[in-house]
Design a binder for this molecule. Structure first.
Ligand code: ADP
Length: 542
């Protein structure tokens, strides 16, 4: 029997319409590439997005066609988020930290029609423009005064002129909610990058779920500064969630160092931020060295890679900023789990609470999770059994863009490539990525645990644990460490630091001190590169 309710499609444009109507006066503040602070409201954002939608039409961008961006977090990028998807085209956020060859490969694969870019990426666009004959126009996201005098780019247009030439009336079209809204490529650490093509429906449902109190808990009273870039899985959906709830939005542009971020947090009264662990190191170092405090910041969402408990402790105990550990991936739009304590756990001693917070958390409503062994058998949720994590839900991909890589699903579940445990309360903990697992004598050693312990040592700035080959055990853990500036610690002292914290046979066999650890385009440790660098490393065999 059919129900008798309306079939209102879930569309990205509805988020903007809502923000304009109910939170029209709420501010969107951007630190721009040009160096100034730009300030306007959701009302202005909506009007300029409509102008931009007209401009896209004038450029001949059709329904379902891809529009690329190479841009930081800023108001013009927000306008693109809504104008492109809202008008039925597909927003393709390119990662500007990729190599020009990869940018060309991805833009061609996506068949991008127009490419919008921030001035910081002018050299990159000059390097790729002539290799992208399919791109009809390149639009510099700035005003006439800042347009490059000489640029080796065909069909170069000025963003502000495009917008100014259009009226701010545009009726957002209604169409099937299953139409594509945006496109994001995985980083492709193995093989070519693959595209996750999100729909309007998956985006809006993800937005509802991520805003929930035991998920990211965002509301109109919040001032949100996403440090996570809008080119990294849609800044974890925050540009959509901010409009859904009417939160004030603060966008930091390219200025992501500790000093600039801290100033913006304080000046704009930021209450909630979000980013990968590596960005918070710079911020914490800045507040620590200068003896500063956060006057408004209450929470920060940390995900993308495991948040070391030492970082949580610093935020929570020293600066009264509570850490919300979250897990997700490009293929999940990205949110899968968030680590919010249950009421009964709030009363536990601090150390026990921290141990729970180190987990990646419980599934947000809409996401189903299970762990399986190598034969695909479901493992118990006892917090001990570790196996590959599989997920399903309305914002999990069913296949990659253009069917690349074949059918990724196993019996309707998406295998994440992460190895995890799930406890009886439903808290999931990632122990490793399956390709990073260290297999010692046939047994798995979780590299994240080993890294978390090293990161708690006062002399350690960054630690990564990789498998090094071993004549007897096949693989044993090698700890690669960057020391804090001016700090001293020896191999023996670091290894002794593991005593009593972990099963003895998990203790790394060796420590390699380095000046820097390679980070990928999304700020994560590149373990495949580290493994290459240390391929010939000989572990002590005593
Ligand atoms: P990539 O890292 O390949 O660029 P994603 O940004 O989609 O792609 O990253 C997803 C992966 O990041 C997850 O599969 C997982 O391995 C890792 N990850 C994300 N959040 C966390 C977290 N909180 N703890 C540990 N690992 C995480």
């Amino acid at each position: 029997m059919n129900a008798s309710m309306m079939q209102q499609p879930l569309l990205v444009s509805s988020l903007l319409i809502h923000a304009e109507r109910h939170h029209g006066e709420q501010e969107v503040v951007s630190r721009r590439v040009e160096g100034d602070i730009h300030r306007y409201t959701y009302r202005d954002l909506a009007a300029r997005s409509r102008q931009l939608a007209n401009a896209l039409q004038a450029l001949g961008v059709g329904f379902g066609e891809r529009v690329a961006t190479l841009a930081w977090n800023g108001h013009r990028h927000m306008e693109l988020y809504y104008a492109v998807s809202g008008s039925g085209s597909v927003l393709h956020t390119l990662n500007p930290r990729l190599h020009p060859d990869q940018v060309v490969w991805i833009a061609e694969h996506a068949q991008d029609q127009v490419l919008f870019f921030d001035l910081s990426f002018l050299p990159l666009v000059e390097a790729v423009a002539h290799r992208l004959p399919g791109v009809k126009a390149f639009v510099a996201m700035t005003g006439r005064a800042h347009m490059p005098a000489k640029a080796d780019i065909p069909n170069l247009l000025c963003y502000e002129e495009l917008v100014a030439a259009q009226p701010d009336t545009f009726a957002w079209p209604l169409f099937d909610e299953n139409s594509a809204s945006s496109l994001c490529y995985t980083s492709g650490t193995t093989g070519n990058p693959k595209g996750a093509l999100y729909s309007h429906r998956s985006t809006v449902l993800h937005c509802y779920a991520s805003a929930l109190p035991d998920a990211l808990n965002v509301s109109a009273r919040e001032v949100i500064l996403p440090v996570v870039p809008m080119f990294h899985v849609n800044a974890w959906g925050l540009p959509y969630a901010a409009c859904m709830v009417g939160a004030k939005l603060v966008l930091p542009g390219p200025f992501l160092d500790g000093k600039n971020l801290y100033e913006l947090f304080e000046r704009e009264g930021v209450t909630l931020s979000a980013g990968v662990p590596t960005v918070w190191q710079g911020l914490l170092a800045h507040v620590e060295t200068n003896g500063l405090k956060f006057s408004s910041m209450r929470r920060t969402i940390i995900g993308g890679s495991a948040c070391p408990p030492a970082m949580m402790r610093a935020f929570q105990e020293r600066y009264e900023v509570s850490v919300l550990h979250a897990w997700g991936m490009t293929e999940l739009s990205p949110l899968g789990t968030a680590c919010v304590l249950k009421a009964s756990q709030e009363k536990l001693p601090a150390e026990q609470r921290l141990a729970i917070q180190a987990k990646q958390g419980r599934a947000v409503f809409g996401v189903d999770m299970k762990i399986v062994d190598e034969q695909g058998q479901t493992l118990p949720h006892d917090g001990k059994a570790a196996g590959e994590l599989l997920v399903r839900g309305p914002w999990v991909i069913a296949s990659y863009f253009k069917g690349d890589g074949g059918d990724p699903l196993v019996d309707g579940w998406f295998p994440t490539g992460d190895v995890a445990t799930i406890d009886a309360d439903g808290f999931m903990q990632i122990t490793d990525r399956s390709k990073d697992v260290i297999k010692s004598g046939g047994e798995w050693i979780g590299s994240i645990d080993l890294e978390n312990i090293a990161m708690a040592h006062p002399a350690v700035a960054l630690a990564a644990c990789i498998a090094a080959s071993h004549p007897k055990w096949d693989e044993r853990p090698l700890l690669v460490v960057v020391r804090k500036a001016g700090a001293e610690v020896t191999r023996e002292q670091l290894l002794a630091f593991y005593d009593g914290k972990i099963a003895r046979w998990w203790t790394p066999d060796d420590v390699a001190f380095v000046d820097a650890i390679p980070l990928g385009a999304t700020g994560k440790v590149q373990k495949n590169r580290l493994r290459e660098i240390f391929r010939e490393h000989r572990l002590p065999t005593a």
